[in-house]
Design a protein around this ligand. Structure first.
Ligand code: COA
Length: 172
């Protein structure tokens, strides 16, 4: 397996992968929207058997503290692996490679929305337990699905901080 940055000639393959991995086209549309908005901070693909078997994307996020400060960070997602290739470590390899790279960009945190059973293995923690909240869900109706991870040895964001995804996420 090879993990490498996504190139424009890979876009059709990534689109097909996302439509196969998710029941709805929202993530495929989101990926196109993030690229169009120049918000595709990092897009990595996993190639296996000559096919694009997995993809992970990272985009800008903004944390707004109660004191009015805005702290830039990154958001993980979408991440997907072709159904026939799932549960072979491809998703984990993509996420680890992505996190390794984005740490070099210097952000102090990364967010993700998904199953805590999966993302906790990479170091993500449920955001509500840290009194951190997603602007799209101020009452934490998604429970522990909204997660955050401090990067580069940064302290946790101040309690009460609300974090927003790039506006392209409004599509999903
Ligand atoms: C989620 C996904 C990217 C994981 O990639 P993968 O290559 O299949 O997963 P890995 O091989 O790295 O890890 C497998 C482990 O993750 C677990 N896992 C996989 N998907 C999971 C999910 N959605 N929730 C919780 N655990 C999950 C498996 O049970 C397995 O656990 P184990 O190591 O204890 O046996 C992939 O399953 C996928 O594309 N799913 C459909 C799209 C999706 O839901 N994307 C994530 C949206 S937040």
């Amino acid at each position: 397996m090879q993990i490498r940055p996504c190139e424009s000639e890979d876009h059709a393959g990534v689109d097909a992968l996302l439509r196969a991995a998710f029941p709805e086209p929202g993530e495929a549309q989101l990926t196109v929207a993030l690229r169009a908005a120049d918000a595709d901070t990092l897009e990595l693909i996993a190639e296996l058997d000559g096919a694009i078997a997995g993809v992970v994307m990272f985009s800008p996020a903004t944390a707004k503290t109660g004191a009015g400060a805005e702290i830039p960070g990154l958001a993980l997602g979408p991440v997907a692996v072709l159904p026939d290739y799932q549960n072979r470590g491809i998703g984990a390899a993509l996420i680890e490679a992505g996190l390794d790279f984005i740490r070099t960009l210097g952000p102090t945190y990364c967010i993700v929305l998904g199953d805590p059973d999966y993302y906790s293995r990479f170091g993500f923690e449920p955001a509500p337990s840290l009194d951190l909240h997603w602007t799209g869900d101020p009452e934490d109706k998604t429970g522990n699905a909204f997660q955050v991870m401090a990067l580069n040895g940064a302290p946790n964001l101040p309690r009460g901080t609300r974090i927003e995804y790039h506006p392209a996420f409004d599509i999903v």
